[in-house]
Ligand binder design. Structure first.
Ligand code: G3I
Length: 355
């Protein structure tokens, strides 16, 4: 995606802080038919994305309609994970993931594939493999070749490796690390590139938004891959954040910019914003949440190498982080349980317009 149009936007002043109540006052201004997230994102040469599992798309008409109307990128939340596509060694099942890709194509949405290698959601057969480097390399290579090969030409991006880092920025002692060694990430990217040379290959992780050892560890990991000529094209900054501990916008912007210097794209891949239920009235919490959605989206819009802002889900009706049944519950996503836009949704739209 061409990002030239964004270069000048980047020179603008940093996002100004808005009074949280502005979002509530301004709701009427945004309720214009036809002003959809995807339209606003497209004007910036970007994607507005949402992740979904198979269930809501199948069963919930409102979910489906909102997804297709508002978003131009779709992240497959669970159905491309190893547990789902490769439950027994050598037995693949792409039924649901194929339907989801077809849905995206039918609605002119690009697909962000998730995920080729993650130590969570792995079927048990991995632990029964011969305990040799060769045995695991062989199985991993077959898995990646088959899955990335199956979707050849159909995806915009793949999360090739997900969440491989500890909080201190070092590689986690996963099965792959212990049996293959620290170069397992390089191999994963190379295998994916062999079978689908046009898809963009991403490293994706959480808690690496602003200045911290993990963000630095992620940068170091990725820079090493670039230096070694590994085919990596982007970085996914997940951004599962909270109102109370939101990433400072200037730190997030600086973090994204250093990947630009490596020639890499960045996507905000799993944005959710939780809010402490005791942090004010419901209206206040909605406004504070909107401010964080605004800040993160605006940083993404202004960064010349950020191509997407993707939320991990869409409506609080199908919210993986839902806790409890409080009447004044504020879920982490931009649409409420009845598919009404929350202040967070208006804030994203405002950020796409103002950034
Ligand atoms: O589909 C089954 C359903 O048939 C069954 O009745 C139910 C019983 O628990 O489980 C359902 O599967 C669950 C699935 O989510 C769909 O809701 C799995 O148990 C559950 O483990 C799975 O959790 C997912 C989790 O990753 C682990 O794969 C979450 O939905 C998904 O949101 C979460 O996503 C991760 C990203 O991949 C990586 N970044 C963090 C993010 C949030 O944790």
């Amino acid at each position: 995606m061409a990002k030239k149009a964004k270069a000048s936007a980047r020179k603008k002043a940093a996002p100004k802080k808005r009074a949280a109540t502005d979002y509530l006052a301004d709701i009427g201004e945004w309720m214009v038919p036809g002003v959809h997230l995807r339209t606003l994102a497209e004007k910036k040469g970007m994607f507005a994305g949402a992740a979904s599992s198979y269930g809501p798309i199948q069963e919930d008409v409102q979910f489906r309609e909102t997804l297709a109307r508002e978003y131009n990128m779709f992240a497959v939340a669970n159905e491309m994970k190893c547990l789902r596509v490769h439950p027994e060694r050598g037995c693949y099942d792409f039924t649901q993931s194929d339907e989801m890709v077809a849905f995206a194509r039918a609605h002119d949405m690009q697909v962000h594939g998730h995920v080729l290698l993650w130590h969570i959601s792995q079927p048990a057969w991995w632990t029964q493999l011969p305990a040799t480097r060769e045995g695991l390399m062989d199985a991993l290579s077959q898995h990646i070749h088959t899955v990335a090969g199956h979707f050849h030409g159909k995806l915009y991006a793949w999360d090739v490796v997900n969440e491989s880092l500890e909080g201190d920025g070092t590689l986690s002692p996963t099965l792959w690390y212990r049996r293959i060694g620290p170069d397992y990430c390089d191999h994963a990217f190379r295998w994916a590139h062999e079978v689908d040379p046009d898809v963009k290959l991403f490293y994706n992780d959480f808690a690496a938004e602003s200045k911290c050892p993990k963000a630095d560890g992620m940068y170091k990991l990725v820079r090493g891959m670039v230096d070694r000529g590994v085919p990596i094209h982007g970085v996914g900054i997940q951004a599962h954040v909270s109102v109370e501990n939101a990433p400072p916008p200037d730190e997030l912007a600086a973090n994204i910019e250093r990947y630009d210097k490596l020639g890499l794209e960045v996507q905000i891949t799993e944005l959710t914003v939780s809010v402490d239920p005791d942090n004010g009235t419901k209206e206040e919490r909605l406004s504070k949440q909107a401010q964080v959605y605004y800040d993160i989206t605006r940083v993404g819009v202004e960064a010349k190498n950020c191509t997407a802002v993707i939320t991990w889900g869409l409506s609080d009706k199908h919210n993986w982080e839902r806790d409890g049944e409080r009447d004044d519950y504020v879920g982490t996503l931009p649409w409420d349980q009845r598919y009404r836009q929350k202040p967070a949704c208006y804030a994203m739209k405002r950020a796409f317009m103002e950034g």
